[in-house]
Ligand binder design. Structure first.
Ligand SMILES: [Fe+2]
Ligand SMILES: [Fe+2]
Length: 293
């Protein structure tokens, strides 16, 4: 692995915070096997992370000292490590996004747009929920919980789907996405445990978390595809070859990363669901060993 890793576990949580130092200088423009379509698909996802992960951190921070969980020492340690991991992800995605910007792909504008969408959406949903006694904190945390389920599920796909791993032909980018994928699974239960700790497991909490998953997925789908369209259009790559590659990579029934997520995404609708029901322990052990963590 061509990067330095600094692993700390100051929080004493069940997972560590790894400080990575990826060098993006040598990353080629189309680092997904020379494909503009696939590279822009991943860049459109990466553009969502800095503002998105800051939102996750803020949402969890806002309620971490709620009376229902403030004395839960174990959960408090997990929260600290969760914040540490997400902050490191943001840092590295900012680094990669800057390298895409260097090639003339305007990720900075997409990053600002992501923040506007998040801030706008959280206000709208808080307004809709207010008559039902749903607070801004509830909206933010349930959106985070839903999006964390999405990130853990897509991360599992990255770790399981060898077709996708073969397409990530640049070593630095491959390692970055796999590192992020491992950590999304390591901390996948934290926001969920905070949500349940604060808002319980009743009918209201169930309706809130499931409806927010639907709303979050629709928003994410529209925004990520809009970003993809813009990146392709501005790069003059709106062509059949790009669409075919994106279809196979993301949506084909046998190999698609998005279609492959279906069953695990639906598990979230099960009453009594918990993120750890989806067992990824041995998958993570394998990848941690491969990456030398
Ligand atoms: Fe992350
Ligand atoms: Fe996360």
């Amino acid at each position: 692995m061509n990067t330095k890793v600094n692993i700390t576990n100051r929080a004493g949580a069940s997972f560590p915070v790894r400080r990575m130092a990826f060098e993006f200088d040598q990353v080629p423009e189309y680092w997904m096997k020379g494909s503009a379509g696939l590279t822009h698909f991943m860049t459109a996802l990466s553009a969502l992370f800095p503002a998105g992960e800051k939102f996750f951190i803020d949402s969890v921070r806002a309620v971490r000292y709620h009376p229902a969980i403030k004395d839960n020492q174990e959960l408090q340690k997990e929260i600290s490590a969760f914040i540490g991991q997400e902050a490191m992800h943001t840092q590295e995605h900012v680094g990669f996004n800057a390298s895409a910007q260097k090639y003339g792909h305007d990720v900075e504008r997409l990053d600002r747009y992501t923040d506007k969408v998040i801030q706008g959406a959280r206000k709208v949903f808080a307004g809709v929920g207010k008559p039902f006694g749903i607070t801004q904190e509830m909206v933010d945390l349930t959106a985070t919980t839903a999006l964390e389920h999405f990130t853990a599920t897509i991360a599992t796909q990255l770790l399981r789907n060898s077709h996708i791993q073969e397409l990530m032909s640049d070593d630095t980018m491959k390692t970055m996405w796999l590192w992020h994928a491992i950590e999304e699974n390591e901390h996948k239960a934290v926001a969920y445990d905070v949500f349940e700790g604060v808002f319980g497991q009743g009918t209201k909490a169930y309706l809130l978390r499931t409806s927010s998953l639907v709303a979050a997925m629709l928003t994410l789908f529209v925004v990520q595809n809009y970003f993809l369209f813009r990146l392709l259009k501005e790069d003059k790559q709106l062509n059949l070859e790009a669409f075919k590659a994106i279809y196979t990579y993301a949506y084909s029934p046998s190999k698609g990363i998005i279609t492959g997520m279906g069953r695990e995404m639906l598990a979230y609708f099960r009453p009594g669901f918990h993120p750890n029901d989806l067992d990824t322990v041995s998958l993570l052990d394998t990848w941690k060993a491969k990456l030398g963590f």
